[in-house]
Design a protein around this ligand. Structure first.
Ligand code: PRP
Ligand code: GLN
Length: 268
């Protein structure tokens, strides 16, 4: 009677069925490279635990991980040497406690991040999800965090864009953590902890002084009681000069937070 549950190779029939459905699905809806949209070859043995995401050509252009050596504080990546505190952080320490990232803003990254946020290529989200969880786990496992807070957009920009890219980067973290550890994390993701109260034009193309000026007083904490004595992990898509994250951190610390760390998808 148990024969009906195994195929002719003795493997459980639900596995073969699942694979067949996946293969037919891949023929009807073939996977495309998330960057150039070239069709990805259908693998004979599809490993759905590790989707391909990019074609070989785009992958070859590089998706460099954020890796040492980097500045212990701002996460600026060095070409050589050891991890240490950079000159800028020594002379003019940032407001944020430390900055870590999933990727370096190099290779294919400066193409896919704008595709994601300016052209709504939201099919990139599952790829970013796993990178964000791995970076969170790697760099902040031992940090006391109460709130994970995506950098908010001004309501006008949110209307124009239709989504907050930073919120998309954190949306699945809680579930992924629970699945991975079989327990609830000590933190919660909350996008309402911080508000953007001033509309700002994009930082792209501005120098550091102009970026700082652009962001001045852009953020507010609506309910300081929620951040009082809390450790905060701020999440954004990119950290370039740090003007955005540091201005956001200023508001959180003024509201009573004890520490603001930063996790970004890519460190420029
Ligand atoms: O570290 P910084 O020098 O501040 O640069 C990084 C910031 O710049 C980008 O946003 P931007 O303000 O350009 O708005 P956008 O979302 O419209 O691109 C990005 O999303 C970060 O928030
Ligand atoms: N706005 C950003 O910081 C994204 C990085 C962009 N390449 C820039 O430096 O202008």
């Amino acid at each position: 009677m148990f024969r009906i549950f195994t195929d002719r190779h003795g493997k459980p029939v639900c596995n073969s069925l699942k694979k067949t459905v996946q293969r037919v699905g891949a023929l009807v809806f073939p996977d495309m490279c998330l960057n150039c949209r070239a069709l990805l070859p259908v693998s004979k043995e599809p490993d759905f635990s590790e989707p391909a995401f990019f074609c070989a050509e785009c992958r070859a252009r590089g998706l460099p991980a954020f890796e040492p050596p980097y500045c212990r504080i701002c996460g600026h990546m060095f070409d050589t040497g050891d991890t240490h505190v950079c000159e800028t952080c020594l002379t003019d320490p940032p407001v944020v406690h430390r900055v870590r990232a999933a990727l370096a803003y190099q290779g294919l990254v400066p193409e896919i991040v704008p595709l994601f946020k300016y052209h709504a290529r939201l099919s990139l989200t599952p790829f970013f999800d796993s990178l964000m969880f791995n970076a969170l786990d790697r760099y902040f496992r031992d940090t006391e965090i109460h709130w994970i807070v995506p950098v908010p957009l001004h309501p006008k920009k949110l209307r124009q864009r239709g989504f907050n890219q930073s919120l998309l980067l954190v949306r699945r973290l809680y579930d992924t953590y629970e699945r991975h550890y079989g327990a609830r994390p000590g933190w919660q993701v909350d996008a309402s902890v911080l508000k953007r109260v001033r509309y700002t034009h994009s930082q792209t193309g501005l120098d550091i002084a102009a970026r700082k000026n652009n962001l001045k007083n852009a953020f507010q904490v609506p309910d300081p009681a929620r951040v009082k004595n809390a450790g905060i992990l701020l999440v954004d898509d990119v950290y370039t000069t740090g003007a955005t994250s540091n201005e956001a951190a200023r508001a959180l610390l003024a509201g009573g937070a004890v520490r603001v760390d930063v996790l970004v998808l890519a460190r420029a």
